[in-house]
Design a protein around this ligand. Structure first.
Ligand SMILES: [Ca+2]
Length: 422
């Protein structure tokens, strides 16, 4: 539930005249932020749940504008990213190993939560691993600051209409008003998602539950609370189907492949829902470890539809409604594939078997750190060896590629990393 939904909204905002007022090219001044907070106070009656003007002002008085929110919105406009880069880093060996360690050290609570909600523990742990790298990366921006800054940087087109950014800020205020969160630990991402599995304030208000039996839903400090809340989200908002896989990697029958040839565009045919047995009857096969072609037969014969991240040639999947359920947790098909693939690997499965259509596959975080250490040694002082190929790393790659006479570019993969560092 990180940032994707907001990114989509922000992208739309870039083209809407009404957003011109919230120019993102300079930080908001303290005066403008204070004016914005006053203006939000006049809109509290539009909130989905009661919030008194004076309560809002009393709590918002402790908020500060945080410019990291604006800078994050600017990155939205950024550069293309690739499925194979993101999957390589988010489902690398280290994250699989760390996920197995979580499964083993917390076997009892995870087993209990799986039994109660019907969501496999590997899915819960994988989602935990993707959202916050199993806890430590939960963000450090006070949620009140983040949500108010966002509401001010992206004002609602209609002051009386429904508006996600403003409602999120109001919800954050309500959680503080009602002491449902502790101010000191109510910190998270620039988009206001907080806790070990990154709930937005509104999801927390509606779906957080107690998982360790102390009567409080503390998704910041308690892993069982975060896990149970996540499982509850998947069940109540998404309708998780127990025992249905999120995806099956498949081989499309030769005579049907023409329809799925892509130009890199994602193909997701959610209206083509058929039982697994019907796909099998139409000639679709499952792909097993090392590319083995297997009969497509699943317990319970769930309904599935085709999903091809970049079209053929490239990995092809039939996905169940559980794919859509994870999508409701974080509106990004790439995110869903990351969670499901990591869960598959944590459970001992092969991950994605079919190669991506590239001669330069993506890097693990360990490889990115190695690359970053090399970039630092070349004098790129802004680069930090953190395993995340952010803007500074890509700036440095661009420069070093140019020095080496390589084609212009801001990424490297398995092949070009060696070429660059040789
Ligand atoms: Ca608890």
């Amino acid at each position: 539930m990180k940032v994707v939904r907001l990114l989509a909204a922000a992208a739309a905002c870039l083209f809407a005249a009404v957003c011109a007022a919230a120019a993102l090219d300079a930080p908001m001044t303290p005066g403008d932020f204070a004016d914005c907070v006053q203006s939000l106070a006049d809109q509290t009656q539009s909130s989905s749940k009661p919030l008194a003007r004076e309560d809002f002002l009393r709590i918002a008085a402790g908020a500060k504008y945080d410019d990291r929110v604006r800078r994050a919105l600017l990155v939205v406009k950024g550069e293309p990213t690739y499925w194979w880069d993101e999957l390589a880093a988010t489902t690398d060996d280290q994250r699989v190993e760390d996920g197995r360690a979580v499964l083993s050290r917390a076997a009892a609570p995870l087993q209990r939560i799986e039994a109660q909600f019907g969501v496999p523990k590997e899915i819960i742990v994988a989602l935990y691993g993707i959202e916050t790298n199993y806890g430590p990366a939960a963000g450090r921006i006070p949620v009140l600051d983040a949500t108010l800054s966002l509401a001010c940087l992206r004002p609602c087109p209609d002051p009386n209409g429904r508006c996600l950014a403003r409602e999120r800020a109001f919800t954050a205020v309500r959680l503080l008003r009602d002491s449902r969160v502790v101010p000191e630990t109510f910190v998270g991402s620039w988009a206001g998602a907080f806790g070990r599995t990154q709930f937005e304030p509104d999801s927390y208000e509606q779906l957080a539950v107690d998982g360790d039996g102390d009567g409080i839903a503390d998704i910041v400090n308690s892993e069982p609370d975060a896990w149970a809340s996540t499982a509850n989200h998947l069940v109540r908002r998404g309708g998780w189907i127990p025992d249905a896989p999120v995806y099956v990697e498949v081989r499309v029958p030769a005579e049907q492949q023409a329809e799925f040839m892509g130009n890199g565009e994602t193909i997701r045919l959610a209206d083509r829902m058929r039982k697994a047995s019907e796909w099998a009857a139409a000639g679709w096969k499952a792909i097993g470890p090392e590319g083995a072609v297997l009969p497509l037969a699943l317990d319970g014969d769930p309904e599935l539809y085709p999903f091809l991240p970049v079209g053929l040639p490239g990995p092809a999947f039939l996905v169940s409604r559980n794919f859509d359920t994870i999508y409701r947790y974080n509106n990004s098909v790439r995110y869903v594939l990351e969670v499901a693939t990591l869960a598959n690997r944590i459970a001992g499965g092969p991950g994605i078997v079919t190669p991506w259509p590239t001669d330069d596959p993506g890097l693990s975080r360990a490889q990115i750190r190695e690359l970053q250490a090399w970039l630092i040694a070349q004098g790129h002082t802004l680069v930090v060896a953190d395993g995340v190929a952010g803007r500074n790393t890509r700036d440095a790659i661009e420069e070093e590629r140019a020095k080496k006479g390589m084609p212009p570019g801001r990424r490297v993969g398995q092949r070009t990393m060696r070429e660059l560092m040789s």
